[in-house]
Design a protein around this ligand. Structure first.
Ligand SMILES: Nc1ncnc2c1ncn2[C@@H]1O[C@H](COP(=O)(O)OP(=O)(O)O)[C@@H](O)[C@H]1O
Ligand SMILES: O=P(O)(O)OC[C@H]1O[C@](O)(COP(=O)(O)O)[C@@H](O)[C@@H]1O
Length: 432
């Protein structure tokens, strides 16, 4: 058993306060480690005990590190929008104020910019009144931004406002930012807890089974794909072309294709496809239209980037690669191909990306956001830091930030992707 890997969240120090307030919250466990295992193997089939990993279970602790009545909590949302951001802000605020009775909760505006004095984005005090109904709306009441900020300046702002706990709601970039803040805090010997709530509409943060907002996004694609199907069927050689988000991973597109069987082609960043060859997309599409007269194509925005001129590569303020528009390119290429063949084609192009990302969370995501928010507060109050709260093997656990590695992408050899191929009937040869 000594070979077990046990991953515990870092803590700021010894727990010091008994918490009568939260006694009633502690029920069946007190943050014991939970056995997780390599997701490719069944626990019963494990050959080596080293394959087992342990993560600390999220949940309330009997003793807390901070004395609630002295605590100021800070919340910040960074990066792109995602359904459920407001639900998480609300859960963090309610749990901090109502379950723990902290002194105050401050919302820092416009992402990490709000933590840098020179931008003059003053924080807003969050209360159970002004956050009560925010979950009914999409977006983030705290606003967001991209772009690097200076860690020392961020820390100076935290000190200025007496922040003891900072919650960072954001994707892998944001969490790398949190890690840098923690490292600086350690250097300067400042006991501020930083706990992340992982956000990505693309659902591609490693180790996180499902990120909040993803399910809402997939659900939202259903109507759009059905409408694209209706458009395609209404015209001779109709093509409903739908571009969905997914910068480096095609989880939304692939899940959308599985959810709505109207999809005939699903193109994702993980699987390169040939456009022009004899077995390429355009020829296969033509064959399909000759047989069925209509087709629905779903393409993740990060797919087919190999078809563009590399010289035009650029990055956004956060250093993320700016994608070239695969939807536009495919629209043009389909028209060009059919023109060359002297065939009629009617492409209806749908780009619902922001329309999906900006909506409010569905019921299941709202429930998930509430649990994430509450458990982030439990972790931070217990003194945990340098960690995120996330769903891993169906359990909410504490994941040390440094464990977030490369993006979670679709394995083309996986049963999941093979099911997409099976459902769409797109040929393997086109996407090899
Ligand atoms: N590698 C990094 N190290 C430190 N901070 C980062 C890093 N990458 C991104 N950030 C910061 O995190 C914030 C959000 O990052 P971004 O990539 O835009 O969104 P997301 O968090 O959704 O990935 C930005 O302010 C950005 O500067
Ligand atoms: O147009 P913006 O705001 O830069 O955002 C677009 C990008 O954000 C993403 O949705 C990813 O964001 P998250 O994974 O951080 O939610 C990509 O799919 C997309 O390329």
């Amino acid at each position: 058993m000594e070979n077990l890997k046990i991953h515990r969240a870092e803590t700021l120090g010894e727990t010091t306060f008994d918490s009568p307030l939260i006694d009633k919250l502690v029920r069946f466990y007190d943050g014991e480690a939970v056995a997780c295992h390599d997701r490719t193997k069944e626990l019963s089939k494990l050959e080596k005990i080293e394959d087992i990993e342990y993560f600390e279970l999220a949940g309330p602790r009997k003793k807390v590190f901070f004395n609630p009545k002295d605590v100021t909590v800070g919340i910040v949302t960074c990066g792109g929008l995602c359904p459920g951001l407001n639900d998480v802000i609300r859960a963090l605020t309610f749990c901090s104020l109502e379950s723990y009775g902290v002194k105050r909760v401050l919302g820092f505006k416009y992402g990490y910019e709000g933590l840098v004095a020179k931008y003059y984005h003053y924080p807003v005090e969050l209360t159970t009144d002004n956050t009560d109904e925010i979950h009914e709306k999409g977006g983030t009441m705290l606003k967001s931004s991209r772009g690097r900020q200076d860690d020392d300046e961020i820390i100076n702002t935290l000190i200025h406002y007496g922040v003891d706990i900072l919650f960072t709601i954001g994707g892998d970039g944001t969490q790398r930012g949190s890690r840098d803040i923690v490292n600086k805090l350690k250097e300067r010997n400042i006991p501020i807890s930083v706990v992340g709530i992982p956000k990505t509409i693309d659902n591609d943060i490693s180790l996180i089974q499902r990120s909040f907002g993803f399910e809402t996004a997939v659900e939202a694609t259903w109507d759009i794909i059905t409408n694209a199907h209706n458009e395609a069927r209404a015209y001779r050689n109709g093509v409903g072309l739908v571009k969905l988000m997914g910068r480096e991973s095609g989880w939304i597109a692939a899940s959308a294709a599985l959810a709505n069987s109207a999809v005939n082609f699903c193109l994702v960043p993980e699987v390169e496809f040939d456009l022009h060859g004899p077995k390429g997309f355009l020829e296969v599409l033509e064959k399909r239209l000759r047989r069925k007269e209509h087709a629905v194509v779903v393409v993740a925005e990060g797919a087919g980037q190999h078809l563009f001129d590399k010289a035009k590569d650029a990055t956004d303020k956060s250093g993320n690669k700016r994608l070239q528009d695969i939807g536009d390119l495919m629209n043009e290429e389909i028209h060009a191909h059919f023109k060359k063949k002297g065939l009629e084609v009617n492409v209806k192009y749908f780009d619902p990306s922001y329309n999906i990302r900006s909506r409010r969370a569905n019921a299941n995501d709202s429930m998930y956001c509430l649990r994430l928010g509450n458990n982030a507060v439990h972790a931070a109050m217990a003194g945990c830091t340098n960690m995120i709260v996330g769903l891993h093997h169906d359990r909410l656990v504490h994941l040390p930030i440094e464990m977030i590695g490369a993006r979670k992408t679709i394995d083309p050899q996986s049963w999941f992707w093979q099911t997409v191929i099976q459902a769409t009937h797109q040929p393997h040869s086109m996407v090899n």
